[in-house]
Design a protein around this ligand. Structure first.
Ligand code: NAD
Ligand code: GLY
Length: 363
């Protein structure tokens, strides 16, 4: 088992990464303070892992909340079901919420923990690749609004993140690719050597070869933990973690939440950010081609949907959380491995990016 720490003073917490961790009740138990526990999951993960997981909670007063699966349900009325369950079972402020599932479950459970009785403990047990390398770490929680993704939420850190790499074996291939998008993101924004390593190991990663996938998860979590430790509430640096997300969130909202997976939208969105970086004179054509090849090799789309116009992007990107004072800020690359967050891009270059011909067919 590997262990990392997210360093946030008195709110620091461990990330455990390894095989078989779902079957180690002692690990979870060391992060539970009271006797009440509420496990939140979805109706896809529940039949796969819930019974086995509940077996490790003998001796606790356990409430289970099984939510409908998917991004389309990351909303107020689904969130309400968590509060309904907690109140019906009379959970008090000593309860611990456990998110057992992907990023949708993690984000909603974390937000419920931030709100329930003004804040209770929670533990993240991410079961998708994307949630293991990104959403379970760093304390961003929330739900979508029809007008924009993740628009309602809170920064709220968990007590621990427990990553059982075995859970990846039941994931559809498309979800593995979606997770790889966020892993590639870390190489692009912060670590050129990691990007090269990903390129060399892409087949092993897509096949979930144990040492490769564990290494990729650990390096991704380490980069995320470093960035979050410097800038927990996204006053500056943390925004680089959103490479491709401004374009990607627009794609998700336009297509209808759930049609494109978040990671797929980020894959195409990163290609658009690379294109604008190239048009801004920062990235060479060969670095652009190289990065697009890596994104494509992960099985990700490298072009936006063909039913989206430049006007669609501009309208939807205007509600991005990085908009300050009406001014859009974007994450661009100065070079592979180095990102900047800037409002100082050429508007004509952005328009050209939105009208570009991209190298392949969209999804
Ligand atoms: P998801 O939670 O929808 O999970 C993807 C699918 O996989 C779902 O159908 C789920 O039921 C299923 N699933 C989960 N674990 C499984 C397993 N082990 N075996 C088989 N199926 C399994 O999506 P996701 O990609 O995990 O997360 C995307 C969400 O995360 C988005 O809402 C995004 O906004 C959010 N996110 C948040 C952050 C953050 O910092 N909080 C960062 C990145 C993404
Ligand atoms: N996924 C972006 C962040 O956590 O800041």
């Amino acid at each position: 088992m590997q262990q990392l720490t997210v360093e946030l003073a008195d709110r620091s917490y461990p990330i455990y990464i390894g095989s078989g961790l779902l079957d180690q009740p002692g690990l979870l138990g060391s992060h539970l303070s009271g006797k009440q526990v509420c496990v939140v999951t979805d109706d896809t993960v529940a039949p796969l892992y819930l019974a086995r997981f509940l077996g490790s909670l003998a001796g606790y007063q356990v409430e289970q909340v099984v939510l409908p699966t998917g991004e389309a349900f990351k909303n107020w009325s689904t969130l309400q079901q968590i509060f309904d369950g907690l109140l019906a079972a009379r959970h008090d402020r000593g309860t611990t919420l456990i998110a057992l599932g992907g990023g949708v479950i993690g984000d909603m459970t974390g937000f419920a923990a931030a709100c329930y009785q003004r804040g209770v403990n929670f533990v993240q047990i991410p079961t998708t690749l994307l949630s293991q390398v990104d959403s379970s770490v760093g304390g961003k929680t929330g739900i979508n609004h029809p007008a924009g993704k993740n628009m309602i939420g809170a920064f709220y850190q968990p007590q621990a993140v427990i990553i059982d790499t075995d859970s990846l074996h039941t994931l559809p291939e498309r979800e593995i690719s979606a997770g790889l998008a966020e892993i590639i993101k870390y190489g692009l924004i912060r670590d050129r050597a990691f990007l090269d390593w990903l390129e060399a190991n892409m087949s092993a990663l897509r096949a979930l070869e144990p040492s490769a996938i564990t290494e990729a998860i650990a390096r991704s979590c380490a980069i995320k933990a470093d960035v979050v430790a410097v800038d927990e509430r996204e006053g500056g640096l943390r925004a680089i973690l959103n490479l491709g997300h401004t374009f990607g969130h627009a794609i998700e909202a336009h297509q209808g939440y759930g049609r494109w997976l978040h990671g797929e939208a980020v894959g195409a969105g990163m290609v658009m950010a690379l294109e604008l970086s190239r048009r801004s004179g920062w990235l060479s054509q060969s670095d652009y081609d190289h990065a697009v090849k890596i994104i494509r090799s992960a099985g990700l789309p490298v072009a936006p949907p063909d039913n989206m116009t430049a006007d669609d992007f501009m309208r939807l990107m205007a509600v991005d959380k990085k908009v300050v004072g009406g001014q859009l800020r974007l994450v661009l690359l100065r070079q592979l491995g180095e990102a900047v967050v800037t409002a100082d891009f050429d508007v004509a270059a952005l328009q050209a990016t939105l009208h570009s011909e991209y190298p392949s067919e969209p999804l």
